[in-house]
Design a protein around this ligand. Sequence first.
Ligand code: SF4
Ligand code: SF4
Length: 128
Amino acid sequence: MELADSELLIRITELSGENLRSCYQCGKCSASCPMTDFMDLFPRDVIKQILEGKEQVLLSETPWVCASCFSCTVRCPNEIDIAGVMEAVRQIRLREKYDRFHPSRIPLDELEGLPQIALIGCFRKMTG
Ligand code: SF4
Ligand code: SF4
């Protein structure tokens, strides 16, 4: 008997449009990710926790560290857009008005040297 989808899985599926149930935990996404040294959960584990309905995945560092490089997405044998799943996790937090980033945290001397496009990109990805 298959368990009913958790609320978390339903929300991530709606936001990402991905069928996470096709994941068989091969780990290719984690193996191809260039950012795992900075992650608290590997991409494969993010998928697993979502499938298990574990809401603590929403507090993981991993979706914020994800560089949206799509290496995982192109290597997944089941064509799951893992980068899109990371975006969906971020969206859930951002829609709760969570701000991952605030300009006041950047030292003034560094702020002056930052390209505007980097700041705008950061605001779009990291602020609710
Ligand atoms: S590569 Fe795809 S099938 Fe393999 S663990 Fe990652 S999401 Fe699951
Ligand atoms: S899109 Fe994100 S999770 Fe996927 S390989 Fe790139 S950095 Fe890693």
